[in-house]
Design a protein around this ligand. Structure first.
Ligand SMILES: Nc1ncnc2c1ncn2[C@@H]1O[C@H](COP(=O)(O)OP(=O)(O)OP(=O)(O)O)[C@@H](O)[C@H]1O
Ligand SMILES: Nc1nc2c(c(=O)[nH]1)N[C@H]1C(S)=C(S)[C@@H](COP(=O)(O)O)O[C@H]1N2
Length: 179
């Protein structure tokens, strides 16, 4: 039997987590936060790749091919030589969505993290899939998702994805009223 639930991909991008040198805490943190936000029952698919731009591109395309309407990545957004997530996003993007990065950086700065400006976080549309890039630190996940999630279901509507509903007890999802 096929699983008809909307699919959400989570891609952890970390040289050391991909080698098993430390436990990936950020991928599971994304799933935990999204499960709290969503009233719609979704299927979660998690993958871990190293920081290479080709590895990240392959990971993103694989999650899209597995049916993801939303992919959240974590890691590789900083200025170091091996931080290449935005470069991989440029390869897969059909449209760039810079407003997401602006909102996430502003929220992280407001939460008292001055180094938030070091993150080149962004978002992009890949055909019918929205990709949002989050920093690698586990503590950054909720701050950044809180800042953008209210706009995520409507964005997915606009690109032809499934209708996702938020849990109003946890998050207020914003959809403009129909005329
Ligand atoms: N997926 C993760 N799970 C748990 N901790 C993480 C994860 N990603 C990053 N961190 C923590 O945040 C710190 C900074 O993250 P960053 O993405 O800059 O890693 P890094 O130093 O480039 O190394 P690597 O890419 O090998 O994780 C890491 O040193 C680690 O302590
Ligand atoms: N909310 C939040 N944003 C944050 C951070 C954080 O700890 N919390 N870390 C910053 C740091 S130190 C860096 S270098 C950049 C990039 O992190 P990344 O390379 O792991 O993606 O995210 C920044 N944004």
């Amino acid at each position: 039997m096929t699983d008809e639930r909307p699919t959400i991909g989570i891609l952890t991008i970390s040289d050391r987590a991909s080698r098993g040198e430390y436990e990936d805490l950020s991928g599971p943190a994304i799933e935990e936060v999204l499960r709290q936000y969503l009233a719609t029952d979704c299927r979660f698919v998690r993958e871990i790749v190293s920081d290479g731009v080709t590895e990240v591109e392959v990971g993103l395309r694989d999650l899209e091919a597995r049916g993801a309407c939303l992919i959240c990545t974590t890691g590789g957004t900083g200025p170091s030589a091996r931080d290449l997530t935005p470069e991989a996003i440029e390869r897969v993007a059909t449209k760039l969505m810079p407003g997401f990065g602006e909102a996430m950086r502003a929220a992280s700065l407001a939460s008292g993290v001055p180094t938030a400006i070091l993150s080149r976080q962004t978002a992009a549309i890949m055909h019918h899939c929205l990709v949002i890039t989050l920093p690698g630190k586990p503590a950054a996940i909720r701050v950044c998702l809180d800042a953008v999630f209210p706009a995520v279901p409507y964005c997915i509507d606009l690109i032809g994805g499934p209708y996702l509903e938020g849990d109003p007890k946890v998050v207020e999802v914003f959809r403009p009223k129909k005329k």
